[in-house]
Design a protein around this ligand. Sequence first.
Ligand code: NOJ
Ligand code: CA
Length: 678
Amino acid sequence: MILRLFTLFLFVVVGTSALLADEPAMVSSPNGEISVTVSADSDRLYYEVSYKGKPVLAPSRLGFRLSEADGFDDGLSITGAAETSGDETWTLPWGERETVRNHFNELKVTVTEQKGPKRYLNVIFRVFDDGLGFRYDVPADSGFGKIGITDEITEFAFAEEARVWWMPARWWNRYEYVYNETQLHQVPMAHTPITMRRDDGLHISVHEAALTNYSGMSLEKSHATTFKANLAPGPDGVKVRQEGAFVTPWRTIQIAEAATGLLNSNLILNLNEPNKLGDVSWVQPGKYVGIWWGMHLGVESWGSGPIHGATTENTKRYIDFAAKYGFDGVLVEGWNEGWDGDWFHNGDVFNFTKPYPDYDFDELGQYARERGVRIIGHHETSGSVTNYENQMADSFALFAKNGIAQVKTGYVAHAGDIKRLDEDGNAVYEWHDGQFMSQHHERVLIEAAKHKISINAHEPIKDTGLRRTYPNWLAREGARGQEYNAWGSPGNPPSHTAVLPYTRMLSGPMDFTPGIFDLLFEEAQPNDRVRTTLAKQLSLYVVIYSPIQMAADLPENYEARLDAFQFIRDVPTDWSESIALNGEIGEYVTFARKAKGSEDWFLGSLTNEEARTLSVKLDFLTPGQAYKAEIYRDGPDADWDTNPYAMVIESRKVTAADALDLPLAPGGGMAVRFTPAK
Ligand code: NOJ
Ligand code: CA
């Protein structure tokens, strides 16, 4: 694969002005619709944001409080402002689309203390047509030196009430909650992305981009509809430690009139640094199956014993299945020693180079290779990160020798229970989204890249678009995935996957693991089930973007429904274009995506508990070209609750001039493949 990086790059310095102290500075988006004003009022620093002249954020404070030094939040003056703009088109090695336009106006505001040591920093605002990002930039000669940030003062004073979709932050289950839908003033503290819709229809989503060497930001209510940044603390309460020059992650605010405007935005990727890894042709998107769902259903085990899943024989069965049906990978969990006993709490005993005796590591590597399939490695750490860091280089080397090019990592531990040994060997505990973990994940990516290995992290730190910088960060979990349907009692509600696109998915790809065909599994887990129709399971392959998609069910359940399975076999995971065609948060969504290197288009649409018939124009197809549409839709009487398997599979001729009806059952969905007709 040829890596095309910058196809066009243009940076224009528009103007640098030595402002009179405290004169407000202003910048607008290229289309002029979004404006940001930065001002110092009563010696405090504020920014405000408007859209088409209407306030989005009322004046909101900026600044820091520090340990062992005065804060940088009072007695401040604006001492400089410089405006630049950029317009470039860059290429993704894999993704929802091939090229991305990065078009913005930037304002760099210099802020200086009036008294004392006259420390200074810059706040950089980048304003796009689809929102903005801003970050603090602390230069080497800023006078800060070595600091501990005890509080980032950054505020988000939302100008209006709104309906908001959010999940609690700093709770034990990390990012794995069903989203709440409330009024904005009812949110106590939330993870990002947090997404809202105002009464005037404006959609706003707050998140961050390029979270490296810093703590994750949550939004905490301070009063009414005003929120402030709340950073995950380190073990001593200090939130971030820095020395010398540094930048914070970008605080991002996506703004769109339609809900789909959020889905079609590239803001977060645009605010990340370009690929640092050079040639990444070894990073391969694809589809996989694996020894996985059986453990969640309780019919197989990770640990050794009579129902051990990762045996040589069982793995061969999966490799054969993958080879027969055209899958790239076979995930094998429970291959290594350490799972016996209470693996949730025994992370220190995981060994990442020692297979169980009934798992023949070398033989299976060869067996897979001969059949054109790759084994996907697995590293469950149970949150014992020092134990993992001590072994990861050896394990990646062992994997690479065996043809393994992808590793799923896992950090099953309560949030705040990441175990690290300090310099003296004492155990200290970190948050999954704290500064230490942001550094840890980067260390894993860099080490993995040395071995041409890509990473899919479960129980990760949230995604902030770092896949642009490290394209070997293929996917992550970081939300309630399919697994909750096996043991979540009652699992994910039908609306869950209608909320995810507008919240979690704004941050990046998710390893949701779709494709459960036996929706009731009455023998294995009689109290649980999947609360979707069968057609909706297919729609997830298009709706929930990931460059790696699992066919998560057991092979026998696919062989029992080869007609529906055909869609999973056909659907790609790498796209040249993606378009959100329609949608409302928590209700429904429809995506069309074009397969990379092909003229095929795919469509996925899903709904919450409500039945509805949507209609979409097929004008994304090439005009004048006839297409065969292979449609997988809910049957007329389908219902996730009472009749989940009712599905119609049909074929039709269509063109770009047609509209297509999407009849969705309660908890239902639809999947379509369009191929040019001869
Ligand atoms: C939780 C992950 O989400 C799941 O996919 C995995 O099977 C288990 N941890 C064990 O690592
Ligand atoms: Ca998980």
